[in-house]
Write a protein that binds this ligand. Structure first.
Ligand code: IMP
Ligand code: MG
Length: 194
């Protein structure tokens, strides 16, 4: 897997520094209040698990599942695949956590939906922010790193489902992108979805 990476943008040590800074911000923002960390699956599971262990407050953990990227590196349609029960939303102070704020459509749609379902408050927290690609007016309340407009993988972020388990953040080689696309196409053909 490591041989597929062209450049490492953030090492594990750099990532942890950014997370510690944001964990301290979150701790200050919610001091003395009970709140729920709502992790957007699948991409933010690695970030959320490192983040919550650095926030020494009484918090709950919930998940929402959304997918906006389909087998490619460009933004696709947003599907919300799983929403928590209203009991986990209504009247709660929520910290919505995602891997990356790209166009911002995913976070804005989820934030609006959570408010509509009666959340007491919704703050947003992302591992990465790609401001160059923003298509809707949304700024993260907390962000570990701002990056330029490049498609990145690792530390929870995937390309066509792979590379989430890389411990660092990197950019893929073109050959690896093409190989993965061919693999996805043959898998789709085999399952009759082509
Ligand atoms: P948005 O709705 O355009 O902000 O897209 C957010 C989602 O797109 C994220 O939760 C990621 O799953 C995915 N995404 C955006 N940029 C990247 C990237 O560079 N690498 C991997 N996934 C990305
Ligand atoms: Mg993704």
């Amino acid at each position: 897997m490591h041989e597929d990476i062209e450049t490492i943008l953030l090492s594990e040590a750099q990532i942890l520094q950014g997370i510690e800074r944001v964990a301290a911000e979150v701790t200050r923002a919610y001091a003395g209040r009970e709140f729920t960390v709502m992790s957007v699956l699948k991409g933010s599971c690695v970030f959320a698990s490192d983040l919550i262990r650095r926030v020494p407050l009484r918090l709950e953990l919930a998940f929402v599942a959304a997918s906006s990227y389909r087998d490619g590196t460009t933004s696709g349609r947003l599907d919300v695949n799983y929403f928590p029960a209203d009991g986990e939303i209504a009247g709660r102070e929520l910290l919505l956590v995602d891997d990356i704020l790209d166009t911002g459509r995913t976070m804005l749609a989820l934030k609006n939906e959570l408010v509509a379902r009666g959340a007491a408050s919704v703050r947003t927290c992302v591992f990465l922010d790609k401001p160059a690609r923003r298509a809707v007016p949304l700024q993260a309340d907390h962000s570990c790193f701002e990056i330029e407009d490049k498609f990145v993988v690792g530390y929870g972020l995937d390309f066509a489902g792979a590379y989430r388990n890389l411990p660092y953040l990197g950019v893929l080689r073109q050959a690896a992108i093409e190989r993965r696309q061919a693999h996805q196409a043959s898998r789709a053909a085999a399952t009759g979805r082509a």
